[in-house]
Design a protein around this ligand. Structure first.
Ligand SMILES: [Zn+2]
Length: 596
């Protein structure tokens, strides 16, 4: 680890950094817990240790320090993670250092693309204010987008011009970066080479799409005119090194704080809906940009809440997207409610026509997902005949199967049977089968560490000078009597800890499995073990060792006597006596108990 990384690690508070990604609750003096972002779970088994500065998941076994967390969650390289953490903690960045030329090139490209997007955003904003932007301003005003909303969401305008943005940005980056940005198009030439670049977005209202930290990484562009010449109503940036459509939730950067404080996320379809709802004070709103949820988006959201209110357009496409999203969210253990607005209105129009109070009332009155789905089933397969009932049931079964919790599945099944008027024993059995065939969530693994291992791992990991004596005894014992320790599953972690130069014990152990075991031991500690407790544990370890030796000696003695090697047998008997005396000494000192 570089000096800079070392400095960042010392200054960063892992609880704050991780708390920026997932909800953490204080569960002990130094211990915080939350839902693991790396595996599916409903009850928290992910722990963060405040003083030790590491995290560990008892469910999936992932553990590490602040950097490894950021590497995993941001899908970043190590140097990027160091930079991200430094930025979060307000530590100024030094000259950049990278592990490989490829890594440096990649990071440089990303930086350039971010700069290009920032410049493009500012330029689009400027164009919206210019005389040429009059029509766009008119359009936005007509849609109820206020000047304040335009400023907050940095809405802009791409003029009707093939070259304006290119000319504006061409001095900022080379052709490779400009082509990679997704801001330009070109036609392939007859010889296969790329033709001259021109502006991709023209005569469109520009909605910037930001990543979770609020940096613009792409755009959604809405045509000002309709008709064949204008092209599709909405176009998005293509996939770029910065942007992947399925991995971004529109407005999450602004909504994540409100989502946590309000303890739910409102999910709408389009950017316009999202902006409109946000500007009227319901700030925990995010949008999927008109598509069904992806797994990555679910993972993004899970870090902030598992309560979602879905408000998609009531048209068929909206209902299908809602249904798909609900399916995925259900599987991931989210609590879901569904809003359907009167009069077939989308959220934006509903608020403009009926006011925000009515909209809030609609959110409050949102139906549980099961009620919504049962209603959908009844609408799609109306009638009281056996045929429609079977169809309705077949529509609901996959939804029921997805629910991770048995109790909820049973409830859903019960409601559905009742509301659909299904009372035949066979149909109930179908539901029952569906509800039991779902695999239960993975169980939290019980501890794999013995008390002896816990005590020595904790003692060897001591950094507090007040407990230096405990550590010294453990280190000395490990060096002098490795045979006492060899059989322990964490022997290699112990050796690494005894030899450690680094201050942070988690840094000393390289092997991921050993690290996970160490994390497990450290997470349960309140205070390092006392000197007396280490001595006592050492005695029991020695006793274990002697008992094993005695067993071995008894076997060897029997063998020696059988072969007539009496001198040998005598020597063994003497050794046995020494060991037995030591053992009774160790046991005679008796358990002290209590003191740790
Ligand atoms: Zn986990």
């Amino acid at each position: 680890m570089s000096d800079f990384a070392q400095t960042v690690k010392q200054q960063a508070d892992i609880v704050k950094v991780i708390g920026g990604y997932i909800r953490l609750r204080k569960v002990g003096a130094q211990n915080y817990s939350g839902l693991c972002p790396f595996h599916k779970e409903k009850s928290p088994s992910f722990s963060v240790h405040g003083t030790r500065q590491f995290y560990h998941c008892f469910g999936c076994g992932q553990s590490g320090d602040v950097f490894s967390f950021v590497v995993k969650i941001e899908n970043a390289s190590f140097p990027e993670a160091v930079r991200i953490v430094a930025q979060k903690c307000g530590i100024p960045l030094p000259k950049r250092e990278y592990n490989s030329p490829e890594e440096a090139a990649e990071a440089q490209m990303r930086r350039k693309l971010l700069d290009l997007h920032e410049a493009a955003t500012a330029w689009f904003e400027e164009q919206l204010r210019s005389p040429e932007g009059a029509l766009a301003r008119e359009y936005l005003a007509g849609r109820g987008v206020t000047p304040e909303a335009i400023k907050t969401f940095r809405v802009g305008y791409a003029p009707d011009n093939f070259n304006a943005l290119r000319e504006r940005l061409s001095s900022m980056a080379d052709a490779d970066a400009l082509r990679a940005s997704g801001l330009f198009s070109w036609k392939e030439q007859d010889d296969g080479s790329a033709g001259r670049m021109y502006d991709r977005f023209r005569k469109r209202v520009m909605f910037p799409i930001a990543n979770e930290s609020g940096r613009v990484i792409a755009f959604t562009a809405r045509a000002l005119e309709t008709g064949d010449k204008a092209g599709p109503k909405y176009i998005n940036s293509p996939e770029t090194p910065l942007y992947s459509k399925g991995q971004v939730l529109f407005n999450l950067d602004k909504a994540k704080g409100p989502i946590r404080s309000m303890e739910f996320a409102l999910l709408v379809e389009g950017q316009m809906d999202c902006i409109s709802v946000f500007m009227r004070g319901i700030q925990s709103v995010i949008a999927t940009s008109g598509t069904a949820f992806t797994e990555q988006q679910v993972a993004l959201l899970r870090r902030h809440t598992t309560n979602v209110v879905v408000n998609f357009d009531p048209d068929a496409a909206g209902a299908n997207a809602a249904e798909k999203s609900i399916g995925l969210l259900t599987e991931e253990g989210f609590q879901i409610k569904v809003v359907t607005l009167d009069g077939g209105l989308d959220p934006d129009r509903f608020i403009r026509e009926r006011g925000v109070e009515a909209y809030i009332a609609a959110i409050r009155g949102a139906r549980r997902q099961s009620d919504y789905l049962i209603e959908r089933a009844r609408q799609q397969f109306p009638g009281a005949g056996a045929d429609s009932k079977i169809k309705a049931m077949n529509y609901l079964l996959p939804h029921i199967r997805r629910i991770p919790e048995k109790l909820e599945r049973d409830q859903f099944m019960h409601d559905a049977a009742q509301k659909l008027g299904i009372d035949s024993a066979i149909m109930r059995e179908e539901f029952r089968q569906a509800s039991i065939s779902r695999k239960e969530r993975i169980e939290v693994r019980s501890s794999r560490l013995s008390e002896v291992e816990r005590v020595f791992l904790r003692a060897l990991a001591i950094t507090d000078p007040g407990f230096a004596a405990s550590r010294a005894i453990a280190v000395e014992a490990l060096r002098a009597q490795p045979a006492w320790f060899e059989h322990l599953s964490t022997f290699s972690a112990m050796q690494a800890l005894a030899d450690r130069q680094a201050n942070d014990p988690m840094d000393a152990v390289a092997d991921p499995q050993q690290r996970a075991l160490l994390a497990e031991a450290l997470l349960q500690e309140t205070e390092p073990p006392s000197r007396a407790y280490v001595v006592e544990t050492l005695a029991s370890l020695e006793a274990q060792f002697i008992e094993k030796q005695l067993k071995k000696i008894r076997g060897e003695m029997a063998e020696a006597e059988r072969q007539g090697g009496f001198a040998e047998a005598l020597k063994l008997a003497q050794y046995r006596t020494v060991l037995e005396r030591r053992l009774s000494e160790l046991k005679g000192s008796g358990p002290r108990g209590g003191e740790r």
